[in-house]
Design a protein around this ligand. Structure first.
Ligand code: 5SP
Length: 219
């Protein structure tokens, strides 16, 4: 399976969201990565349902939604109704993670779990068979444009080993500080999906950057 690129819309120009969505539609991006932040689980607020509705209206690719919110169960139905394809919740925000994952799947979405940089991948060993995607945070969640945490490579390898051992086919997504400098090493360690925000949207030729990052990840 080819390695996937999921540009993070958090780094888009919010005054020109339709333009940026159309750029992603034209580009080699595989998914739209959407960050929802509540100002409680993380010290930042991104955007909510009305903005997400408009993004989805203009997006013609898989909608990969990363919830950085407390008590995500409250909104599972809402995100399903809006048209999200993948719904990722934080391990650290879920008291009953297994129940939350079943809830997401019951609403017709793929279920993802994100881990903060300090959270050990071993904690997923009893639930990995219920997870479609693990999002390893390679920065502390809450903001775009931060530096990649080098310890991520060993976490990817450990997680890949767990997934292979259990034979679950769970995808590994890396989120935070992804660039051409770390993409190849992340893929070599076992990553399947690379999220890139600033690296794509702050570049002078965004479509070309997506194309080159995708080629690099699959070389
Ligand atoms: O979830 C987050 C941040 O919390 C990410 O999705 C960022 O949006 C990635 O941005 P860059 O680090 O690539 O700028």
């Amino acid at each position: 399976m080819p390695k996937l690129i999921a540009p993070s819309v958090l780094a888009a120009d919010f005054a020109n969201l339709q333009r940026d969505c159309e750029m992603l539609n034209r580009s080699d991006a595989d998914w739209f990565h959407i960050d929802i932040m509540d100002g409680v689980f993380v010290p930042n607020i991104s955007f909510g349902m009305p903005v997400l509705r408009d993004i989805i209206k203009h997006a013609d690719k898989t909608i990969d939604t990363h919830l950085m919110i407390v008590d995500p169960d409250r909104y599972v139905k809402t995100f399903a109704d809006l048209g999200c394809d993948i719904l990722t919740v934080h391990y650290e925000a879920c008291t009953h993670l297994h129940r939350t994952l079943q809830n997401i799947k019951a609403h017709g979405m793929k279920a993802g779990v994100a881990l903060n940089p300090h959270t050990n991948v071993d904690l997923l060993k009893d639930v990995i068979q219920d997870i479609d995607l693990v999002c390893l945070m390679s920065v502390n969640p809450g903001f775009g444009g931060q530096s990649f945490i080098e310890n991520t490579y060993s976490k990817v390898s450990e997680l890949k080993e767990l997934i292979n051992k259990k034979g679950t086919g769970t995808l590994i997504e890396i989120d935070g500080g992804v660039t051409d400098k770390n993409a190849k090493q992340l893929v070599a360690a076992g990553a399947d999906v690379l999220v890139a925000g600033s690296y794509v949207f702050k570049s002078s030729d965004q479509e070309k950057t997506v194309k080159e990052l995708r080629e690099l990840a699959n070389s």
